[in-house]
Design a protein around this ligand. Structure first.
Ligand SMILES: [Zn+2]
Length: 260
């Protein structure tokens, strides 16, 4: 279960809560509380909703693209902090939600910044497959301590969304066939220069190299996408995905390997 706060700006008040409330309920979420105010930008509707994590991206997509909605932001809510907000001492800063603990990098203590990631994901779902300008802007904006974990985590969420959108009705494939028939075509939607290289994927034109934001292998977002694509089916477990060579370190292509 996820608790999310949506902030919606619209130019009209009539029917706003009713129409968006329908989308929320149809996506399996419940409205916990809401508040409508009038600001300089228009009518501002703030809603806290609770519902299944796996439907969240689709819901954000529907809300963000609804014609009544002029602008849309989503942030995660730490439910326990919200419930005790009235009591002193002040609540701890919101902690990252543990919805996809397998998405956490093993090698860094820094955690994803979940509020920033949620805001990014709605835009990625709307603009897919042209997502890289958004992701690159996100990587530039986010604090360096959160950068790798946040971009990789955003990648896992997008990968899971792509799997559900395009591959969920397919046969149960083993890891090698999943790389060929799920990961490869999905990555080609994002980057046409993706090729199969034995059991690995080879990407010649990753936009995440040479941008001065990362040391070493730098395509954390792409690695996250692959993790989301291959973790989401469930029956593969959590394959180990590594970027074993990267143009950011002078290689001629970025290569991702897969192990069960
Ligand atoms: Zn790379």
């Amino acid at each position: 279960m996820a608790d999310i706060e949506f902030r919606v700006v619209s130019d009209r008040r009539e029917g706003l809560l009713l129409e968006l409330g329908r989308l929320i309920v149809a996506s399996g979420f419940t409205l916990q509380r809401q508040r409508m105010t009038r600001g300089d930008e228009g009518v501002v509707l703030t809603m806290v909703v609770r519902g299944p994590e796996q439907n969240l991206l689709a819901l954000e997509d529907r809300l963000g693209s609804h014609p009544i909605v002029q602008s849309f932001e989503a942030t995660s809510v730490d439910a326990s902090a919200a419930a005790t907000a009235a009591a002193a001492p002040p609540p701890e800063p919101a902690r990252p939600r543990t919805l996809m603990s397998d998405a956490r990098p093993e090698t860094t203590a820094a955690a994803p910044d979940p509020g920033r990631v949620e805001a990014l994901l709605g835009a990625l779902a709307r603009e897919y497959p042209d997502v890289f300008n958004r992701v690159l802007a996100f990587e530039h904006e986010i604090a360096p301590a959160h950068r790798e974990a946040s971009t990789r985590y955003a990648g896992t969420r997008l990968g899971a969304w792509i799997y559900k959108r395009d591959f969920t009705l397919g046969a149960r494939l083993n890891l090698s066939d999943s790389v060929k028939h799920i990961a490869l075509p999905a990555m080609r939607q994002l980057l046409r220069g993706t090729e199969l290289d034995g059991e690995a994927l080879r990407i010649k034109n990753s936009p995440f190299t040479g941008i001065g934001l990362h040391r070493g292998a730098s395509c954390h977002f792409l690695r996250g996408c692959l993790e989301g694509l291959l973790n989401e089916p469930g029956h593969l477990g959590r394959p180990r995905i590594l970027e074993t060579s990267c143009r950011n370190t002078g290689a001629d292509a970025c290569v991702f390997t897969f192990a069960a």
